[in-house]
Design a protein around this ligand. Sequence first.
Ligand code: NDP
Length: 495
Amino acid sequence: MTPRSYELLIDGRWTKARSGETIERVSPAHGVTVSTYSKASEHEADLAISAARAAFDRGSWPRMSGSERSKVLLNVASLIERDAELLAMLDTLESGKPIAQARGEIAGAADIWRYAAALTRDLHGESFSTIGPHKLGVVVRDPIGVVSIITPWNFPFLIVSQKLPFALAAGCTAVVKPSELTSASTLYLGKLLLEAGLPAGVVNILSGKGLDVGAVMTSDPRVDMISFTGSTRVGKSAMATAAQTLKKVSMELGGKNPQIIFADADLEAALDAAVFGAYFNAGECCNAGSRLIIQRSIAESFVADLQRKVRDVKVGDPLDEDVRVGAIVTPEHLAKIEGYVADAQEAGAEVKVGGTRLDYESGQFMAPTIVDGVKPQMTIAREEVFGPVLSVLTFETAEEAVVIANGTDYGLSAGVWSRDFNTCLNVSRGIHAGTVWMNTFMDGASELPFGGYKQSGLGRELGRRAVDDYTEEKTLHMHHGPRTAWWVTNPAGQA
Ligand code: NDP
């Protein structure tokens, strides 16, 4: 396989890093180099921010009508669809995710670009005609300015598509840094943006390390907003840096999401969703349903069925159309996942299935794993494992289930399964999470806001108000007619 090479997109031109350094990405499933990117440093971050700043302050993009901007976003959506197979392949080769799944993510991303294009024409403020005679208040929404967009490795193309089209719809300009592990599809997007007619400098894309490029993107005073998706640890540090210049921040961070199964649920459907929730994207998923909380009366038989079901999940080469669980992103990450399982065993939990790496010739794979007998205070029940590892806990009453579900620092998403809709609604309303699925899991739609409570994040992406997040409100307070409240003297001598 010949590796593809990528340069940096700065001010509409493809540019090599001044240092001449590159980053090589080895496919986690195949053990061969699949991409080489030019490695940006502080110097290129500075150039990219200058270009985005100039495009915002003096360029055409923020000044275009919504209709003109929406045409460009629609072009991007069509180009994504045209090159969907290539984009899916890039994400699969770099992240290790199954190709069939990657295709779904690219299609979902194109849908988001179209949705953002529609919102472009509906960006509006408010007016107030009730603030007094001869007075009118109009609140307009201005684009916030230059946005630094920083994304993780697990859903490379989908996550940049949850941010960039909305920032562009608002009229912002951007500097984008994908993860150094999975930059290819985002760099390829740069080519599509230019082809779609986006003016030079509006979007600049840098492959590079968080510690140097990301640090400039979060500290530079010329940047107005940070839109970050990644771990809670790095998100907190990016926020602390951004606070020095009081930038607006939007944070999509980790999750330790519960799926609560009541005895009266459709157990066949719940079983399938439990397996999907835990092992989709090899569990390297912020939304992973990594804590299964089962009503005690059915726990034993449910876990027995689960073991059978998990053994049927096909693990292996992500280029195989039938594979459901691909490779783990890096050897270091695989070791970390195994460490969590070993730690849980030491704490008294029992591995029912899996628990070990799979000895394939190339790349790194982990067997889908069920850890039973987990207690809420164990590390495995509280921290994000970010691998194909399902922890099983039990509950007696709905109240107890809610307490367990809420018992972590995270609050991204949750699932509730019961045939009694009152149970579903009562439990859902008690859960502290940004999304609660009832009798389904990890469903998504561009129309629905997504984001976390507690340490899972700040702000919401997607949904009708996603564009608003990239704007500042400006109040225009007008008086039409004679001055009514003289402060010093009234020249006409009137009261
Ligand atoms: P990281 O937090 O390690 O990295 C995320 C991004 O931040 C990468 O591009 C990274 O660069 C960059 N970065 C690292 N250090 C800094 C810094 N000091 N300043 C600015 N940027 C920096 O996350 P992962 O890539 O490991 O992704 C996994 C995490 O993402 C999980 O915790 C997961 O839950 C979360 N996530 C959340 C989602 C959500 O919507 N809530 C969705 C998907 C994932 P680099 O690594 O290239 O050096």
